[in-house]
Design a protein around this ligand. Structure first.
Ligand code: COI
Length: 354
């Protein structure tokens, strides 16, 4: 696609923002006035439109509904004190989107459609960006197969869309986590590294079982030995043991290459930690806890940002933490918020102006 990408724009007559406030928002419940929609047909992207947010008319035989060729991303936009809008590391999400597309045998989305489409959409709806602690404009690009055919094969047609949701915190309090030994999120050779919709659907049963036991989320373990930690709920996970921060490595393809994960690694190094991306067994975690060396455990994600973990339950063994005493995860969270809202130098070049 060339620089002359043509996006047709139809604006709403009256903004829904006139009827609501951007204070104390739940996560992902409200959507802005406009959305972006594009179709992949006959091998090319066409019908690129920004238009009023509205329902889609879909055939019951739509391929994505039957076989799950569907992927998405999560990105956030912020405002600084002057009211300028910035997007946090959107190129990283763009790259990951196309990695997910390849794994799900879907077409690549051109950079200009993804980035310029997102920029123009946010430009139009930038009054919807909240300016409040733990709030942001959550950007949800997604793509699904749109052939109207129930044969199992990759579609010829796809839809790419971006919707925007002014949003508050995803998890608002420190979490109690159940170490999951029976159900598995991802195995080597699978789709764990892709942001495939089915990864999230497939996680819901185990999460619901953990909730019945009184926990907020599960800590996923490896598929073979149920011993090496992987992700926590919808987040990457970090353990601070002594002066080292450890997070599971990406090499087996079972972990999502989180943008907040990468950012956290950079900020932990800036704080003077040694960061190791490697296998970490639950037994090593328990040993560190017993030795008084397991200082902090936290999850990272676009939606969740940084979420403290106050309890980890493995079989009959309970690890509890006094999160009020923690310094590292709260500092990372504050630094990220300060970079995003322009109070701390953006020395890594993470913020992209709209
Ligand atoms: C994100 O962190 O953006 C996610 O994708 C998590 C969840 C909202 C699905």
């Amino acid at each position: 696609m060339t620089a002359a990408m043509d996006i047709s724009i139809t604006k709403v007559e009256r903004s829904k923002l006139l009827d609501m406030s951007l204070e104390n928002l739940p996560f992902g419940k409200y959507f802005t006035d406009h959305m972006l929609e594009a179709d992949f047909e006959n091998g090319e992207w066409k019908n690129i439109e920004i238009k009023p947010y509205q329902p889609l008319l879909l055939s019951p035989s739509l391929a994505a509904l039957h076989y799950g060729q569907a992927i998405f991303e999560g990105i956030k936009a912020y405002k600084n004190e002057e009211g300028d809008a910035f997007i946090f590391r959107p190129h990283d999400n763009f790259n990951r989107f196309n990695i997910s597309a390849e794994r799900m045998q879907m077409p690549q989305v051109p950079e200009e459609l993804f980035m310029e489409g997102m920029r123009q959409l946010i430009e139009l709806d930038k009054n919807w960006i909240p300016f409040k602690e733990d709030h942001s404009l959550y950007i949800r690009p997604f793509m699904f197969s749109s052939d109207e055919l129930i044969g199992v094969r990759p579609s010829d047609n796809y839809k790419f869309m971006i919707i925007l949701s002014p949003t508050g915190p995803y998890y608002s309090t420190p979490m109690r986590i159940y170490v999951e030994e029976q159900y598995v999120r991802a195995a080597p050779g699978g789709v764990g590294y892709a942001k495939a919709a089915g990864n999230y659907g497939a996680a819901m049963y185990a999460t619901a079982e953990a909730k019945k036991k009184g926990y907020d989320q599960v800590l996923w373990m490896d598929a073979y030995e149920h011993k090496y930690v992987q992700e926590c709920g919808t987040m990457n996970v970090f353990f601070i043991i002594g002066n080292t921060a450890i997070t599971p490595g990406l090499e087996q393809g079972t972990i999502l290459n989180g943008v907040t994960r990468q950012s956290t690694i950079a900020l932990l190094k800036e704080m003077g930690f040694t960061v190791e991306e490697r296998e970490l067994s639950i037994h090593d975690i328990i040993d560190a806890y017993k030795a008084g060396l397991l200082y902090e455990v936290f999850g990272t994600g676009t939606a969740a940002t940084i979420t403290l973990i106050k309890e980890l339950r493995y079989k009959d063994f309970d690890m509890k933490f006094d999160v009020e005493q923690w310094k590292t995860a709260p500092t990372i969270k504050r630094w990220l918020a300060d970079i995003r809202e322009g109070r701390r130098e953006d020395k890594y070049g993470w913020m992209v102006k709209v």
